[in-house]
Design a protein around this ligand. Structure first.
Ligand code: ZN
Length: 489
């Protein structure tokens, strides 16, 4: 198959013509979420970026096997080799089984993805369902001489590996610099070299999620699952590996080292990374108070948002930036996206109702080619959107009776808009957003009146409002500078 799609490969730092390995089949692996909390804007970006790629490759006629994992074990706090497992910690705090946490947040993640019109992957493997494959991979790395056992744990021997293979090429890091920056952390005494990373960790007596292995009762290291599951489902060499830029180091560097050590060669042909989302120019973080979950955005329940923004507005907002550039999320930017999306959807609805004439007085040629060119240019979705906006001019001229389109031209134009807006960009009409917007507007209005009552020290009125909202299922949380609220489940 000959398609001029070019993609930016993070490893070679260059544009490369995408040529599928086993045409027409394409193997695509994307690092999925660690399911211990609700999905936030940082999860939406890779999900939408690789949905765009999945949709476009499918549109071009490729058969894509898209694997996106669920991390449900082994991801420790601070992404390090020490500290508590993120899921086990949540389970301990909530006094439930770790797998209840996994089930609860996986279902909520799927719901959010459906709201964003992100297509489900072909396979969604879980780390805990592939312990055997991970143990086999550890054994292979041990047999190849690039890992060692220490006190029941197994570590990757990075120093030895780096003598034979390059390390740090993907993220542009230099091993010596990294070594000098490494602080003394828990578990360092088990390692021969400070940057060695865990393939298997012996579980402490308090650790809940544990499996028997030849080395100890324990659990796999976080980086291992992606190497084990990608090669299991996509083969020892596959086409595309994607993820957020925050995963470049150490996660993806470790994946490269693991597959190279066990197979003698790298598995991935093209590495694609989406850039990050900032909020009002700042990094997103729980401690910064700007941690916006998708549910917050859809309901307008975060203090940084003036109102609810529908899933399609969030999707459109993300697609309006090229995946390799940063996106700054703000109330104003979302408002602009909401207006833009509305203009596009209204235009398509006008297009669908146009009546054909005997002949065309205006040319529609070029729109489809331009959109295809933009997509082939490293998935330039903002350019596709710009071309679709340009085309709206023709639609409105015909609708106003100033120009005409023949039946075949009209059908062609409808086909182009449906293909690009619906099938490739994955946009759709929404009905529910208006209602949520109304609820969110009303609750915010009532809570502003409550703030006024408090300012006047009328605490009886302020409490009455809070109790009344609680009875209606609105949970209000006071903050220093205002309030948070959410609808009880
Ligand atoms: Zn991964």
């Amino acid at each position: 198959m000959d398609h001029p799609l070019s993609v930016y490969n993070s490893l070679t730092r260059s544009r490369e013509q995408f040529i599928p390995l086993n045409a027409p089949h394409v193997g695509l692996y994307v690092c999925g979420p660690t399911v211990y909390g609700d999905a936030h804007l940082g999860h939406a970006r890779p999900a939408i970026t690789f949905d765009l790629l999945f949709r476009y490759l499918s549109f071009l006629g490729y058969k894509v096997r898209y694997v996106r994992n669920i991390t449900d074990v082994g991801h420790l706090e601070n992404d390090a080799d020490a500290g508590e497992d993120k899921i086990a910690k949540k389970a301990r705090l909530e006094q439930v089984e770790p797998m209840e946490i996994v089930q609860y947040f996986t279902l909520r993640y799927h719901h959010n993805m459906e709201q964003l019109n992100v297509l489900p992957p072909s396979i969604e493997p879980r780390a805990s369902g592939h312990i055997l494959e991970q143990m086999q991979l550890i054994q292979k790395i041990l047999d190849a001489g690039y890992a060692y056992e220490s006190n029941g744990s197994v570590y990757f021997d990075l120093e030895k590996y780096a003598k034979k293979y390059p390390y740090g090429q993907l993220s542009g890091r230099v091993l010596d610099d990294l070594t000098s920056q490494t602080r003394d952390l828990d578990g360092q005494d088990e390692k021969r070299f400070p940057l060695d990373f865990a393939l298997w960790k012996k579980a402490s007596s308090k650790h809940i999620m544990r499996w028997s292995s030849p080395w100890s009762e324990g659990f796999p290291g976080w980086h291992l699952e992606c190497t084990a599951m990608s090669t299991k489902y996509l083969g020892e060499t596959f086409d595309i590996h994607g993820g957020g830029m925050d995963l470049l180091f150490p996660h993806h560097e470790c994946e490269i080292a693991q597959s190279t050590a066990s197979l003698g060669h790298e598995s991935v042909r093209y590495w694609l990374h989406n850039n990050m989302i900032t909020i009002n120019g700042q990094k997103m973080g729980k401690s910064l108070g700007n941690f916006i979950t998708l549910n917050d955005s859809f309901a307008g329940t975060h203090p940084l948002l003036q109102k609810a923004y529908s899933p399609m507005t969030v999707r459109f907002f993300i697609l309006q930036a090229h995946y390799r550039s940063t996106v700054d999320f703000s109330n104003e930017a979302l408002q602009a996206s909401e207006k833009g999306l509305q203009r596009l959807l209204e235009g398509i609805s006008v297009l669908d109702k146009l009546t054909p004439a005997a002949n065309s007085t205006i040319s529609i040629s070029g729109i489809e080619e331009k959109c295809l060119q933009a997509m082939n240019d490293d998935l330039n979705s903002p350019m596709v959107i710009a071309h679709l906006f340009d085309g709206l001019r023709i639609i409105h001229l015909v609708n106003d009776g100033k120009e005409t389109l023949s039946e075949s031209d009209l059908q062609q134009l409808q086909k182009v808009y449906h293909q690009f807006a619906w099938d490739i960009l994955g946009l759709k009409e929404e009905q529910t957003s208006d209602r949520m917007e109304l609820i969110s507007g009303l609750v915010n209005y009532i809570l502003d009146r409550r703030m006024e009552a408090k300012a006047e020290k009328n605490f009886a009125a302020s409490d009455r409002i809070r109790d009344m909202l609680k009875e209606l299922g609105v949970e209000v949380k006071d903050r220093k500078d205002g309030f948070d609220w959410k609808l009880e489940n």
